[in-house]
Design a protein around this ligand. Structure first.
Ligand code: ACO
Length: 429
């Protein structure tokens, strides 16, 4: 049976059959519905794209009701436990897991592209002493397009691969340097003997020692956090990458746009708000009064609730476990006790149960980042480094998708029409 939707336009009495494929109708098919031959076709009004699919994608699957997240079909829980960030990046970009030879070649390529041109360093050093690291990251990634003008040749698969490698490789260098800059510390060059994540920690925290040796448990915890952030289908920043990329600009410019989107507090900044909330609550004794405040609508329980997940965010479960590993090394963050108690009370309280409000990825991640000595403004930079393979996988998919077009939404015009322009000399006379 062909699936279709029968629509009756009550303006004209005419009926239309609109085909349904993959649970969706084509907005262009609605455009055929017209009040008269010379009137515009019916459009869909959807601010924030809350019910509009912008693409077909085989990168990431989410079932928010069931709390499922899969990259290329692999459950996030298994990837976080048994894989590592670079292997996950390979999976996202290439669509399948690497053979041993492919993995080794991939790790080698990424490792040997971690350095940036010295002029990128000079560019970053030109920022004010207190520049936000996300602003620095966004600008320096955008600047890379001027260092690699060949990146504009997006039709060539080999060329795309080169830029993808460069970007995944250089992102920790740029992120770490943004962090060192605000502290007035010298930028640390990459150490190609170290793993991706250990090298990142070295560039962040190395001082005068000849070799920075991070605790393996911290390396693993940070690697897991990067995996958890690696993709999340058509979120705000990915949509920005795709939208800008649809103009066929180079991928550095498209990813810089994604970093800009992630910078916003509604997207990348919630974990910082969780930390502030936990500090404000201060002690376990204050939790019942706080929960009452949330239920009265005076407060929001930050780190709870999600647009897509109406169940426990699968990433939050994994992060909770990573907390234990990190605190074993750094000592327990006293805020953890408050977070756990808050979660316990909220999960049993009817207000939260009825609204399907569960901890999201940000509820525990800020606690780990703080324990790892990151200031709050670095939290989003870590998110950006983790999300880079996802942005690039989505961009790579976009540029090869024959159904895609330049992103150019419609509008419903609400302004004036056909006014007569009177020159300033007459208006002001
Ligand atoms: N605390 C208290 N009540 C909440 C919360 C919360 N954190 N989240 C939702 N609610 C309530 C709303 O007040 C609403 O109640 P009502 O039906 O009585 O009006 C109901 O739950 C539904 O909430 P909406 O706001 O409609 O849900 P939406 O999908 O639009 O919002 C969002 C999702 C923005 C994440 C929201 O849950 C929120 O603000 N959470 C706190 C901020 C946060 O943790 N953001 C991080 C998200 S994860 C990420 O971006 C990486």
């Amino acid at each position: 049976m062909t699936e279709s939707l029968t629509v009756r336009d009550n303006r004209t009495g005419q009926e239309y059959d609109v085909p349904i494929a993959d649970g969706a109708i084509k907005a262009a098919d609605l455009g055929k519905i017209k009040a008269s031959d010379d009137s515009p076709g019916l459009a869909v009004y959807d601010p924030g794209f809350v019910n509009t699919a912008s693409c077909r994608s085989s990168v990431t699957y989410i079932d928010g009701e069931k709390g499922i997240l899969e990259y290329r079909g692999y459950p996030i829980e298994q990837l976080a436990e048994k894989s590592n960030f670079l292997e996950v990046a390979y999976l996202l970009i290439n669509g399948s897991l690497p053979t041993k030879a492919e993995y080794e070649a991939w790790v080698h390529e990424i490792t040997y592209h971690t350095f940036v041109h010295e002029n990128v360093k000079s560019l970053m050093q030109g920022f004010r002493y207190d520049a936000h690291p996300m602003g620095m990251l966004m600008s320096s990634v955008g600047a890379l397009s001027t260092f690699y003008p060949d990146a504009a040749n997006i039709g060539d698969a080999e060329n795309r691969h080169m830029q993808i490698v460069r970007m995944i490789a250089k992102m920790p260098t740029l992120g770490a340097w943004s962090f060192r800059h605000a502290q007035g510390k010298p930028y640390v060059y990459p150490d190609n003997d170290l793993s991706y994540t250990a090298n990142f920690l070295s560039m962040l925290f190395k001082m005068s020692e000849s070799k920075y040796e991070a605790d393996e448990r911290l390396v693993k915890a940070l690697d897991v956090l990067l995996i958890l952030h690696a993709d999340h289908e058509q979120n705000c920043s990915t949509n920005a990458v795709r939208s800008v990329g649809s103009s066929q600009v180079d991928p550095y410019s498209a990813v810089a746009a994604g970093i800009g989107a992630l910078y916003g507090p509604l997207h990348g900044g919630a974990n910082e708000a969780v930390l502030r909330m936990l500090k404000r609550i201060g002690t376990k004794e204050n939790i019942p009064a706080f929960i009452e405040g949330v239920k009265n609508g005076d407060e929001k329980l930050m780190g709870f609730g999600h647009r897509v997940y109406k169940n426990y965010d699968p990433r939050a479960k994994i992060i909770k476990k990573a907390c234990d590993d990190v605190f074993e090394v750094t000592g327990v963050n006293p805020l953890l006790e408050i977070a756990q108690e808050l979660e316990k009370i909220a999960l049993e309280d009817e207000y939260f149960v009825k609204r399907k409000l569960y901890p999201n990825v940000d509820f525990y991640s800020g606690l780990i980042y703080e324990a790892l000595q990151f200031p709050p403004e670095m939290f989003t930079v870590l998110f950006a480094i983790g999300r880079t393979p996802g942005w690039l996988a989505q961009w790579n998919e976009l540029v090869q998708d024959k159904e895609q077009k330049i992103a150019r939404p419609k509008q419903i015009y609400t302004g004036d029409r056909t006014l007569d322009f009177v020159p300033a000399s007459e208006r002001w006379a």
